[in-house]
Design a protein around this ligand. Structure first.
Ligand code: APR
Length: 249
């Protein structure tokens, strides 16, 4: 394992250059520089007394659906104002440089899509999509009758954001696609994720077991840092553009 040394960047550029199949896993850290608070950051203002881990759960929605819906409304407002940062744009460029490139994200903010990535697996859904909490189907429009949360126009059940909450399973086909991308790649980059939430946290381990070179990019140590082949300490918005400019040279 190699850590934190910025001199490792040329070595990592060479590794990337000599491989075709690259899989990337991103977490909230990549959007932090766009102004989207990470899950483990303290919340601000009205929401400072709540822990995200206590709001993003099916139990919280059952107990206080209005509170959870309003928290998501607040988060959507922050995310709507956010723009992709240099880390997102670097990954969009990387997608064009490799014949097989898959981006797996735990983020629900659409910033990778806005930056231009096309092959994206959204593990935890999309905060701008809504689904029926009873029928589990996507709902695009509903009449505004002032209910919070609004009600499903088909069955009258409560609507909820189409995201994966703590304690919920990921859709099987999405998890299978992510597993396949982790097990078949030659290089795996884990960027801005605390590497504690399953099943995402297992994806770099799957890559390691299949002999990929695993490179972590994070501003802090995580449980992956000691296991990855390389662990680069720093901001994704600084390190990723340097990797891409080296690849373009
Ligand atoms: N560059 C790189 N890493 C960063 C940066 C940055 N600029 N800023 C923060 N980080 C790192 C932090 O050190 C931390 O390890 O990003 C990570 C963010 O961790 P979390 O907030 O736990 O986000 P994530 O790993 O995506 O959480 C996983 O858990 O909360 C649920 O469903 C939610 O998708 C989320 C999942």
């Amino acid at each position: 394992m190699h850590t934190s040394n910025p001199d490792l960047i040329p070595e990592i550029i060479e590794i990337l250059r000599s491989n075709n199949r690259v899989t990337v896993l991103t977490g909230a850290g990549i959007s932090a520089e766009s102004g989207v608070p990470t899950f483990r950051d303290a919340q601000t203002g009205l929401w400072s007394k709540f822990q995200p881990t206590e709001l993003a759960t099916p139990q919280a929605f059952r107990q206080n659906p209005k509170l959870v819906w309003e928290w998501y409304t607040w988060r959507r407002e922050i995310i709507k104002k956010a723009l992709p940062n240099p880390a997102h744009f670097a990954l969009a460029e990387m997608e064009k440089l490799f014949p097989e490139f898959v981006l797996i994200t735990q983020n629900v903010d659409r910033l990778h899509r806005i930056a231009g990535n096309e092959r994206i697996i959204e593990l935890h859904g999309d905060i701008f999509r809504t689904k029926c909490s009873v029928e589990n189907i996507a709902v695009k429009d509903w009449p505004d009758k002032g209910d919070i949360p609004p009600l499903c126009p088909h069955c009258g059940g409560m609507l909820r954001p189409d995201v994966v909450w703590f304690g919920e399973s990921l859709p099987a086909r999405i998890l299978e696609a992510a597993w396949e991308a982790a097990s078949s790649c030659q290089v795996f980059l884990a960027i801005g994720t605390s590497s504690v939430v399953e099943p995402a946290a297992s994806l770099p381990i799957v890559a390691l077991h299949n002999s990929a070179v695993v490179i972590e990019i994070n501003s802090q140590d995580t449980p992956l840092s000691g296991i990855a082949n390389y662990s680069l300490k720093g901001a994704a918005g600084d390190i990723l553009p340097r990797l891409v400019s080296g690849l373009n040279r």
